[in-house]
Design a protein around this ligand. Structure first.
Ligand code: NAI
Length: 419
C-alpha cells in the first residue's frame, strides 16, 4: 500500500489520541455499529480530502466499517496531525497522503495521489478534490463518479457556482448546510477552537483586549461569543447590514475595518472572502497587533501586501511570524494566515465533529442509495437525517425534549385565518 506521512513511528501516539476522540463521538459510533452490520458502502471507492485530525480518523473507521475502500489527503497544508496520519496508514491500512507543513506543490501532489485510485465518490472540505477532478476530467473522471459530499461553507459556495454554470459533473451533498453541521460545528466548534489556536500560539490574555472579528456569520458569531466570554471587548466588522445589526443588538461594537485596524489588539477573519485585511490596514495597526484567519483559505489576509510593507521578519514562536514594518511597528501573523484553529490547535472538539461527521457518513450512504435519481447539482442533507442526528445527540447527552400532544399537532397544522 502506498502512503506518504511524516513518521510512521508516531502511529502509537496517534492511535491513543484517536481513541480519545472516538470516546467523544457517541452518535458516529452508533452509525458505525450499524454500518458494520449492514455494509451500505460495500465495494465503494471513496477519496477523502479532509483535515487529517483525530475526528477524521474516527470517520474513516466508520466508512471502512461500512465496507468502503478509502484514500485520504489533507484539505489544508497546515492542519494535518502527523501522528493521526501515521496511525491511519499503519493501523487502518488507509493510503494517507498528508504531512503537516507540506508545501503547495506537495499538497496538490497528495491530492492527485489520493485520486489516483479512481474513486466512485469524493468527500471534500473546501472542494479541492472536486476542482482537481474537474480540471483534469480525462484523467480522474474516466470512471463515472456517482457523487460527493462537501464539509464547509467555502466549498459549498464554490460548488454552487459550478452547478449554476452547469459545469458540475456529479451530485454533491452540502454537509455544511445541515443544521446539525453549521449551527454547532461552525458556531461552537470554530468559535472555541479559534480562541484555542490564538491562545496556544501566543499565550496572550484575552480579557481586556480589543478583539476584532471580521465576518459575523456562523463562525464569526462563535468566535465573538467566546472572546466576549473571556472578557474581551469585541469589535465586529461586517458588510451585510443584517449581520451588522445583529452584532449591534448582541451588544458588540460594529465598525469598518479601517477604523477597527487602529484600535484592535487581536484580529481574526472568518468571512470566506479575500483580502479582508489589506496593506492599507496593516499600516494603521498598533505595535504588537496579532492577526490571524480562521476562514477556509489563507486569502482573507493580504499577506503579499504585508510582505511588501516589511522591513524584516522572523519566527518568534511556533506559528508566530513577527513582521517589523517600515513604519517601525511590529505585527504578529499567526499560522501563515491559514485556519488558526487547525494550524496552532487541534481543530474542533470531537463532540461537535460527532454531528458533522454523522452527516458525512449518512450523506455518503444516501448518495450510494439514491445517486441514480439525483441531478448534477448541490443537494441539502435530507431533513429526516438532520433531525435524526440531533435526536441521537440529545439522547447521548441524556437530554430529553417534549413531544407535541395530538391536540397540539392538530392545532399547529390546521390553523386558518380568523381562528
Ligand atoms: P457565513 O456565510 O455564515 O459568514 C460569513 C460572513 O462574512 C457573512 O456574514 C458575510 O457578510 C461576512 N463577510 C463577507 N465578506 C466580508 C468582508 N469583506 N468584511 C467583513 N465581513 C465579510 O460563513 P461561515 O460558515 O461563518 O464560514 C466562514 C468561513 O469559515 C468559510 O471560509 C468557511 O469555509 C470557514 N470555516 C472554517 C472552519 C474552521 O475550522 N476554521 C469551520 C467551518 C467553516
Amino acid at each position: 500500500m502506498n502512503y506518504h506521512v511524516k513518521d510512521i513511528k508516531l502511529a502509537k501516539k496517534g492511535a491513543l489520541r484517536i481513541e480519545w476522540a472516538r470516546n467523544n463521538m457517541p452518535v458516529l459510533g452508533l452509525v458505525g455499529a450499524r454500518f458494520k452490520k449492514e455494509q451500505p458502502l460495500k465495494g465503494l471507492k471513496l477519496a477523502a480530502c479532509l483535515h487529517v485530525t483525530t475526528e477524521t480518523a474516527v470517520l474513516m473507521e466508520v466508512l471502512k466499517a461500512g465496507g468502503a475502500q478509502l484514500s485520504l489527503c489533507a484539505s489544508n497544508p497546515l492542519s494535518t496531525q502527523d501522528d493521526v496520519a501515521a496511525s491511519l496508514a499503519v493501523n487502518l491500512k488507509i493510503p494517507v497522503f498528508a504531512i503537516k507543513g507540506e508545501d503547495t506543490k506537495t499538497y496538490y501532489s497528495h491530492i492527485k495521489s489520493a485520486l489516483s485510485f479512481q474513486p466512485d465518490m469524493t468527500m471534500d472540505d473546501g472542494a479541492d478534490l472536486v476542482s482537481t477532478i474537474h480540471q483534469n476530467f480525462s484523467v480522474y473522471g474516466r470512471k463515472e463518479i456517482i457523487g460527493g459530499t462537501e464539509e464547509t461553507t467555502t466549498g459549498v459556495i464554490r460548488l454552487r457556482a459550478l452547478a449554476a454554470q452547469r459545469k458540475l459533473r456529479y451530485p454533491v451533498i452540502a454537509v455544511n448546510d445541515a443544521m446539525t453541521k453549521h449551527m454547532f460545528d461552525n458556531r461552537y466548534g470554530t468559535g472555541q477552537s479559534t480562541l484555542d489556536g490564538i491562545i496556544r500560539a501566543t499565550n496572550k490574555l484575552i480579557a481586556g483586549s480589543n478583539f476584532v472579528v471580521c465576518g459575523y456569520g456562523w463562525c464569526g458569531r462563535g468566535a465573538a461569543m467566546r472572546a466576549r466570554g473571556m472578557g474581551a471587548n469585541v469589535i465586529v466588522v461586517e458588510v451585510d447590514p443584517l449581520k451588522g445589526l445583529e452584532a449591534v443588538m448582541d451588544g458588540l461594537q460594529v465598525m469598518p475595518i479601517r477604523d477597527a485596524a487602529r484600535i484592535g489588539d487581536i484580529f481574526v477573519t472568518v468571512t470566506g472572502d479575500i483580502n479582508v485585511i489589506r496593506g492599507e490596514h496593516f499600516v494603521l495597526m498598533k505595535e504588537g497587533a496579532i492577526v490571524c484567519n480562521s476562514g477556509h483559505f489563507n486569502a482573507e489576509l493580504e499577506i503579499p501586501a504585508l510582505e511588501k510593507l516589511k522591513k524584516s521578519k522572523r519566527v518568534i514562536r511556533d506559528f508566530v511570524e513577527e513582521y517589523t514594518l517600515k513604519n517601525g511597528r511590529r505585527i504578529n501573523l499567526l499560522g501563515e494566515g491559514r485556519l488558526i484553529n487547525l494550524a496552532a490547535a487541534e481543530g474542533h472538539p470531537a463532540s461537535v465533529m460527532d454531528m458533522s461527521f454523522c452527516n458525512q457518513a449518512l450523506g455518503a450512504e444516501y448518495l450510494r442509495q439514491h445517486y441514480k435519481e439525483l441531478q448534477k447539482t448541490v443537494y441539502k442533507v435530507p431533513d429526516p437525517i438532520d433531525h435524526e442526528i440531533a435526536r441521537l445527540k440529545l439522547k447521548s447527552m441524556g437530554v430529553r425534549i417534549d413531544t407535541l400532544t395530538e391536540e397540539q399537532k392538530r392545532y399547529l397544522s390546521s390553523w386558518e385565518m380568523g381562528t
